[in-house]
Every structure is written in structure tokens, then in C-alpha cells.
Design a protein around this ligand. Sequence first.
Ligand code: NAD
Ligand code: GLY
Length: 372
Amino acid sequence: MIKLQDYEIEIRANSLISAGEWARKCLSMTNRLLVVSNQKVFGLYGEAVIKSLRDAGFSVDFYLIGDGERFKSFKTLEQTLAKMSESRLTRTDAVIALGGGVVGDLTGFAASIYLRGIPFLQIPTTLLAMIDSSVGGKTAVNTKFGKNIVGSFYQPSGVLVDVNTLRTLPKRELVSGFCEAIKQSIISDVKLFDCTSTFLAKFSLNNVNSTVNGENCLEDLIAKQIEFKAEIVGGDEKEDVERNDCRSRKILNFGHTIAHSLEKVTNYRRFKHGEAVGIGMLAAAEISKNLELLSSDELLLINGVIHRLGRLPKTSDLDIDEIMAAIAFDKKSVGNSVKWILIEKIGVPRIVDGSKIPTNLLKKSLAKVFSS
Ligand code: NAD
Ligand code: GLY
């Protein structure tokens, strides 16, 4: 159990079957619940969750959205809000997001604006959602003018992590989640970095079953990762624009400036989000070394742990100038400048104003990483 401001994150294998008891603890005044999910996840876990919620005395309805990033949209948001109204949810009733980051972000946003805010719970079922998107209250939908551009900071009333759900997760989704885990480990400290990298050295991406609960326990790693994210969010819940210290929430965007550009120039089709972050971290580390912030030894450590995940999607055909143009419009910009999260050594991220990075150095660093 991890405590975060006003709610708890419960991490327990096989906990889905007791989701009802957990929801009761989180929601003392709720009668009606709407579970939001997609067909794939609901087909795997919906029945068990709904049964447990009904056994705990809730009146439960469900709503399935389409599967994929394109459904994190205004249209799906409107449909979900309509379903919340049809289900006659009042201000003490609640929604539960059962799925990955797409379901979680959209459901959280719907909860934050329906009747000006009703309670919501998260049951994340991807590794990325468990360690990152379900923790910290960022909610959003994508728009024609950009990804995650419209959203809110809105904390759930509880998060339930059942590691056993990862047994059905496709390998690429697992890799995507591990990229975010590596990101958190690089910016956190040597302890979490060593723990994550040792875990990955022993872990078989092709056989999650043997390692979900075994000696090299994924549940322990997930708990440590969540603790780190909870600590950062606890200290800077709304990502204060004026903070530029190495414990600002902005550091969670390590690798993201380039990741967002990669996703944009490939029309969000080539990369899973975490895969783009993996390449973004390789590039951010290379830039850090070329700026003489990071030593060659630490660069090798960072590259080594990312390469443990195998080959990430190809980047050698991408146009560096197009990427540079996309970087200039990064949504994490503050005022006129892009805020880069670079790294001095494991556990010491540094926020650097884009104007401090010479264009040639940036291009050279990207060319090196993208061609390898
Ligand atoms: P996703 O929600 O699209 O899930 C990935 C795929 O896995 C989907 O096809 C889904 O149906 C499937 N799936 C989910 N759980 C499964 C399971 N247990 N077994 C089998 N299949 C399963 O993707 P994601 O990587 O979880 O989330 C990405 C989203 O998260 C993006 O929209 C990103 O912007 C957002 N995000 C938000 C935050 C935040 O702080 N709110 C942080 C990082 C990412
Ligand atoms: N995923 C970045 C954040 O939660 O701030």
C-alpha cells in the first residue's frame, strides 16, 4: 500500500477479484458505479471486477470505449459523459477506469468535469498505467491540435494494481512500460536504477508468467517505481511552471521532448509511447554527454539498460530537420523556450533551457542516436 496525498495505491496480486471490498473502502457514500473499459480488457477482466463490485452492494453499469490512442478523443469523452448521465450518476457516485493509460486518462477527465467533478478509481492493466499514468492525477484527451492538450489535474480516490493482469499484456506494450520504468529509475537514484537494471537482466520479456510473482519479483519493482512517482507528484502536484529544480515534476518528462516529436512526425503510428520515450532518453543522454554534463561511463550505463529491451522501432529514415521543427513546438515549453530534461548522472536530472543547447550539437546528437 502506498499513500499519496488523499488516496492509497493498493498493489496486490489477484486483487481484481476483491475489487468490490477495495472500492467500498475508497468510496464511503457511493451507490452507483460506471466501469469504463474497452472490449479487449473488459473481455479479460470485466466479469470478475463487475461481480466483485456487485457483491459489495454497488449498482454497477459499464461502458466500453474503442481500443487505441485515437479513442482518447472529444467524441469518446462526450459519449462517456452521456453514458454517465444515462446511468444517473450523482455527485456521490463514481466511475472506475479499467484498462491502460488511454482508458485511465479519458475516464479521469470525464470524472473531473461531470457535475464539476465526481469521484473516480483507477484499475490500471498495463505496466505503463500501473507505474505512471494512474499515479499523479494527470487526465487528458487528444485533440486535432495536439496530444493531451486538453485535460485536468484530478486525483483518483484510489488505485488498485493487480500485477497478474500483465500476464495477458502483449510484449510491445510491456516494453513500452519498461521504458517508462527505466526513465523513472534514471532520474530517481542509483538504488532504483540498479534495481531496475538488475531486474531487466534476469527478466524474460517472452515469459512474464515466470516472473510476475517469482524470485525476481515484478510486483516489488512496480511498488518501488510507484513510490518514486508518488514522491515527485507529492512534492509538485501541478507541475509548477516556475520550478526548475531536480525534484520538480517536470523531470518526469525525461526523454519526452524527443519522444513527442518522434510520435508527431510519424503520425502517432510507428511508436508505442514508451518506445518513443526509450529513443528520447538515448538522445537526451547523448545531448547531456555532448554538453559535458554526463560522463561517458554513465552514458554507457543508460544506453545499456535501454538496450536490454531489444530493438526499438527504426529511426534511421527520419528527417532530423522535421524533428527539430516539431521540438520547437513541444507542449512542455514554458514561454518561448523548450525546457529540456537532461541528466548529469544517475539520479541527478537537470532542466536546461533550449536556448542553451547549440543547434549543431543537437543535430549531431540526434543524427548519432537515430542512425544506430
Ligand atoms: P493503452 O491504454 O492504449 O493500452 C495498450 C494496449 O494494451 C491496448 O490495446 C489495450 O487494450 C491493451 N491492454 C491493456 N491492458 C491489457 C492487459 N492486461 N492484457 C492485454 N491487453 C491489455 O496504452 P498505455 O501504454 O497503457 O497508455 C498510453 C496512454 O497513457 C497515452 O495516451 C499516454 O498519453 C498516457 N499517459 C498518461 C500519463 C499520465 O500521467 N496521465 C503518463 C504516461 C502516459
Ligand atoms: N507522466 C508525467 C507526469 O505524470 O507528470
